[in-house]
Design a protein around this ligand. Structure first.
Ligand SMILES: NC(=O)c1ccc[n+]([C@@H]2O[C@H](COP(=O)([O-])OP(=O)(O)OC[C@H]3O[C@@H](n4cnc5c(N)ncnc54)[C@H](OP(=O)(O)O)[C@@H]3O)[C@@H](O)[C@H]2O)c1
Length: 299
């Protein structure tokens, strides 16, 4: 199958590219915006997603049969600071990609986020109604609707906080936390911010399965355990043999005093239906952190 990975130079995209090309069964091409990728034997296209003509040319050249679309302004702060750009990249480009998938008869797998939900209750099912509260969440929810309207064959994969080893020079929650603790610096982690963290390779298991089976509809692919960021950080500290007492609990009052939003922040995804449907194992936090340790880059 000819597979096009849009946003392949990003944190998750690099893992998706590696997995899909490893099997040797597919012809895999990836896109990047500003980060020129490694010469890894795959075809790479530089594409600015705010340019709809460029996206059309991309489809003409790549002639994909399946598309995994991960490209986005994925940082909540960046989307708030430049909302017009976030709308252009996250919504308008997704609309164009969906329409082109329809025209080319390609199945579209669009990667979305738990931030489409309002964070009042948490542990949301696939069939619950989104009500985003941030600009980033709104753009991803609008993009989901573009996918549903424009593409003929689609899967939307919502996920929660994704952790793993990023490309050198890039950040991620888990390695930043480990670095802090190794250097004896305390880490303040909220006890009332809830997520279902997922190790990046476990998210890629779900995406790769969808490429193979083309299962349509909304899918929730995240970790099995619904935990606070404090529990998440403490579990990483313990698994890496670091001083867990440096992981300091922080509640809503502490967050308000620190100038952060004190509104409810209970996200996280109930993935049981998707895991059953895709016949996937559902790794928990301990499994994910064990895999993170096993995959740690050498010194
Ligand atoms: N990471 C998480 O915890 C998480 C959680 C939930 C959902 N998601 C979703 O997963 C997807 C991937 O996230 P990620 O963490 O891998 O993000 P990331 O590391 O920031 O990667 C974003 C990708 O989008 C590309 N991109 C951004 N703006 C572009 C533009 N204007 N033109 C062309 N390409 C552009 C980037 O290209 P360059 O870097 O080459 O410019 C990169 O390939 C996103 O859709 C995000 O909403 C992520």
């Amino acid at each position: 199958m000819r597979i096009l990975v849009i946003g392949a130079s990003g944190f998750i995209g690099r893992y998706v590219m590696r997995r899909l090309s490893a099997s040797g069964d597919h012809e895999v091409a990836g896109t990047y915006g500003s980060q020129s990728p490694a010469n890894d034997g795959n075809a790479w296209w530089q594409v600015e997603l705010a340019d709809t003509d460029a996206i059309e040319r991309l489809f003409q050249q790549a002639q994909p049969q399946a598309v995994v679309h991960l490209a986005a302004i994925a940082d909540i702060g960046a989307a708030e600071r430049d909302p017009d750009r976030a709308t252009a990249v996250n919504v308008a480009a997704t609309s164009a990609i969906s329409r082109l998938c329809e025209q080319h008869g390609a199945h579209l797998i669009f990667v979305s986020t738990e931030c489409v939900f309002d964070g009042e209750r948490g542990f949301y099912r696939e069939d619950e109604t989104p009500r985003p509260t941030t600009h980033y969440g709104r753009t991803k929810w609008e993009a989901e609707q573009e996918v549903v309207w424009e593409a003929a064959s689609w899967s939307i994969v919502r996920t929660s906080i994704v952790y793993g080893w990023p490309h050198p020079g890039k950040g991620n929650f888990a390695p930043s936390l480990i670095d802090n603790l190794r250097n004896g610096r305390p880490y303040h982690a909220p006890t009332d911010v809830l997520r279902t963290p997922v190790y990046v390779e476990h998210l890629v298991d779900g995406i790769a399965r969808l490429v193979e089976v083309g299962h349509t509809g909304i899918q929730h692919v995240a970790g099995r355990d619904w935990v606070s960021m404090h529990e998440f950080a403490a579990a990483i500290a313990e698994a890496f043999g670091l001083d867990a007492s440096l992981v300091r609990p922080m509640d809503a009052d502490d967050r308000a005093r620190a100038g952060a939003s004190a509104r409810p922040d209970r996200l996280g995804l109930d993935c049981r239906e998707t895991m059953r449907r895709l016949n996937l194992e559902h790794p928990g936090l301990a499994d994910g952190i064990a895999a993170l340790r096993a995959d740690a880059p050498g010194p």
